[in-house]
Design a protein around this ligand. Sequence first.
Ligand SMILES: [Zn+2]
Length: 304
Amino acid sequence: METKIVYVIDPEEFYETYEISNSMLDYVSPKDEFHICRYCSSPNAKFKSKAHLLPEFTGNKTLFCYNECDDCNKKFGLYETNLSAFSGIKNTFLPIKGKNKYPKFKSKSGDFSVQFQNDNKVIAKVDGNLECMKLENGILNIKATTQTFIPLYVYKALTKFALSMVEKSELHKFRKTVEWINEPEKKFDDNFIPLLLIHNESRPPIIKPIAFLAKRKIPCDSPQYTFIFGFGFHRLQIFLPFNSSDEQLKSEKIILPLNFHFVTQKVKNKGEWGFGHMDMNSLNRSQLTDDFKLNFKLENEIRS
Ligand SMILES: [Zn+2]
């Protein structure tokens, strides 16, 4: 039986279907899971490093999980590296600091790099071919490919952030999901909800990340959980895969309500939407092309 996937972009429908279950605004690392890892439940787990709820490079400096052990934290680091590579060149134009410095984008050939500096400046270095970057009337047109990333790892990064927000009493439904994130190469192809990443990069950037987990509140043909994550220029939405209680959705049609306010809308408070989607169920090394414009004040304009 073929399953039809239907996106619903009506702004109301998302909130008619889902309610916020947890968000980075209310997040508190569960006390009863203190130094008990929810991903491996190893009795010998160590908790020397502080695990971030959302990666530092997305702008999170304050939220930590005390239920993620050092080994798991290290293992999941690979997914975060891939998410960072996926976010490409755009986010290097923002003052979002990583651990020690602002992230740097470097093109594969090494002839082009961009990095935000402390004094509110962006330094772009170009060697040779200027085709990728053109400055016209104070507008910088940039065309560059992202660093190489593995789509499935990006999806696992997002799923892991979502899992860290799931209530402990609900976690048993995600046994398969946990198994899947525990091994980078693990790929299940029997998921009836495709691993779709809904994304939108057409809105002004966010310096502090936005993340929330929403849970279905009415019986309907939509997955039980959806996760929304915005950082830098990215506004992303996924539906949590391999939830055992979604097995009942095996019907002809699966409805995916997209979040208008945080994800799909193009212009704030206007009924215009601008999003794309990607199937992330792939272990092939991939790159995307970033093509965008930035308004720049030229140094001599500032001085005069
Ligand atoms: Zn662990």
